[in-house]
Write a protein that binds this ligand. Sequence first.
Ligand SMILES: CC(C)(COP(=O)(O)OP(=O)(O)OC[C@H]1O[C@@H](n2cnc3c(N)ncnc32)[C@H](O)[C@@H]1OP(=O)(O)O)[C@@H](O)C(=O)NCCC(=O)NCCS
Length: 176
Amino acid sequence: MAAGSSKLPEGVPEPTDLVHRLLRAERRSSAAAFRTRRRTEEDDAFIVELGRRVFGEYDLDSARTTASLARRGRTLVVCNEVQPLGFVILEPPSGGAVYLSAIAVVDEARGKGAGRALLRAAENLAAAEGANRLELTTADSNVAALELFLRSGFVRTASVGDYGRGQPALRLLKRL
Ligand SMILES: CC(C)(COP(=O)(O)OP(=O)(O)OC[C@H]1O[C@@H](n2cnc3c(N)ncnc32)[C@H](O)[C@@H]1OP(=O)(O)O)[C@@H](O)C(=O)NCCC(=O)NCCS
């Protein structure tokens, strides 16, 4: 028998499945420690700095763009007990849809459920405002964002030629 091809006894999970399950369980327990709330003026420097860093690859003026999106839309912040860790920005509702214009989490807090907590809070806010769908656009190459959105129930509706700095993107939608 070739090395590595031995079969595990029935009912025993594959090691990779086990690792995924453990990581998911850890994420769920950290997610419980996240709190989401409306942005206050004190969050603005954090929001602009995080936006500058993470959206720079799509937008040469990412700090200014983030500041203007946050002013125009509604912004929610995810925090732990001590500090903000990320934000999501929603445009004002229009024709039953709310457009999610930005979502970001600081590097150190990624992969622990903060993005999902933000997305859930955004969906709840949009639904409370009477919207029946949430829409957004994200770069084709943005694996982390696509995983977050597709695993949260978004579906692809269209391709977008140029998302910024020549990058192709996908338009996604979730019915609320
Ligand atoms: C996209 C982003 C907000 C995700 O935040 P996060 O806190 O790391 O996400 P979560 O930990 O809540 O993960 C949510 C899901 O996405 C998956 N995911 C997150 N990052 C991933 C990665 N790098 N690769 C594969 N899957 C990933 C997780 O497995 C999880 O799914 P599961 O719970 O079913 O296992 C974060 O990566 C980020 O800030 N990116 C830079 C900004 C950006 O690109 N924003 C999107 C464009 S608007």
